[in-house]
Design a protein around this ligand. Structure first.
Ligand code: CP
Length: 349
């Protein structure tokens, strides 16, 4: 089955085929009937604007019927943990819920954010995997504790359209302040996306805000294959010099699981990491990226978002085109030979 947990589980040919298809969909945004008669179930454990609207519309563009469900709001609350006594708020287990939905639809999309309290559960992506394990149809990750592959595909398309050639161009993944600790799914996937495109990636972050070692290792392995590079730096000026893209994102510090008060203190101490016009002036006329939603004046100044170098709305538009490509791959409708390699074959080795 064509599950999409993360692109790193799939052959590069699938990624390339989906990226090309997403770029093509923006050039030729036709509604097709290629998935007519199919149904798509979308289960959002967490809020969403872009993913929810664009996935719903992607299905409609392809002629498929979407059914969107929000656990705990108009449907039963769902338990994702195995082996627990269900005497709390959740009335139904994902084993039954996804078992049932699998009998109604031809694919499922699931959003399950990180807990940011249980390191092992987040690191093993347990809630998302519970949904995959309970399903008998393909499952698409709509942002899990670890990954946001649909965002990454849209981001890759937006960068490719903006820069043309991506190999050797410099992308700064720029940590940003935020009042709340946020998951690392987007920065993880953005890091791998840029490495996959052969870019020179610098993760600019304060001390204590490194991404996970295994994700950095995977990105470096990917970059070694594509001709890119991955480094980390707390020196923002050095990171920004010569940058062609600044991708801003807030994420929690490493202390969030063991010492949340320390993490909060560290995060608030770096309020000066907001991306401003002055930040962008230190680059090589870089494009500005953000996955959205974004807090103006906290993560980035409105002047940057409203400026002519910002491509956050293009990224958001590509969510629709990218998800059409993903659904076409999931349902083996891509007009290419990508399906030949669509077995789960890690590129990590
Ligand atoms: N970027 C993104 O996933 O947006 P939503 O949370 O609104 O879906």
């Amino acid at each position: 089955m064509n599950h999409l947990t993360d692109w790193s589980d799939l052959p590069n040919a699938v990624w390339r085929a989906c990226l090309d298809r997403a770029l093509g969909h923006r050039q030729r945004p036709a509604w097709t009937r290629s998935a007519a008669g199919k149904a798509l179930g979308l289960v959002f454990f967490n809020p969403s604007l872009r993913t929810r609207a664009s996935m719903d519309l992607a299905a409609a563009h392809l002629g498929a019927h979407p059914v969107t469900l929000t656990p705990g709001s108009g449907m039963w609350g769902l338990e994702t943990r195995d082996g627990v006594t269900m005497d709390g708020a959740a009335a139904e287990h994902v084993k039954e819920a996804f078992g049932v939905l699998s009998r109604y639809v031809d694919a499922l999309g699931v959003r399950t954010f990180a807990t940011l309290t249980d390191h092992d559960a987040d690191h093993e992506d347990r809630a998302f995997q519970a949904a995959v394990d309970a399903s008998t149809v393909p499952v698409v990750n709509l942002e899990s504790a670890r990954w946001h592959p649909c965002q990454a595909l849209a981001d890759a398309a937006a960068v490719t359209e903006t820069l043309g050639q991506t190999r050797g161009r410099k992308l700064v993944l720029h940590w940003a302040p935020h009042p709340k600790p946020l998951p690392r799914a987007v920065p993880n996937s953005a890091l791998l996306m840029a490495a996959r495109l052969g870019m020179e990636v610098v993760v600019a972050r304060p001390e204590g805000f490194d991404l996970d070692d295994d994700v950095l290792d995977l990105a470096r392995q990917t970059a070694a294959r594509t001709g890119g590079s991955v480094t980390c730096s707390a020196d923002r000026d050095a990171a920004l010099a010569g940058a062609h893209v600044v991708y801003a994102k807030a994420w929690a510090g490493r202390a969030v699981y063991d010492a949340p008060a320390t993490e909060a203190r560290q995060r608030h101490a770096h309020a000066d990491w907001t991306v401003t016009a002055d930040t962008m002036a230190r680059t090589d006329r870089a494009a500005f990226m953000h996955c959205l939603p974004v807090r103006r004046g906290v993560v980035v100044d409105g002047e940057v978002l409203d400026g002519d170098r910002a491509i956050h709305l293009l990224q958001a538009e590509y969510r629709l085109h990218a998800q059409k490509a993903v659904l076409e791959w999931v349902w083996s409708l891509l007009p290419s030979d990508a399906h030949a390699g669509s077995v789960r074959q890690p590129v990590r080795a």
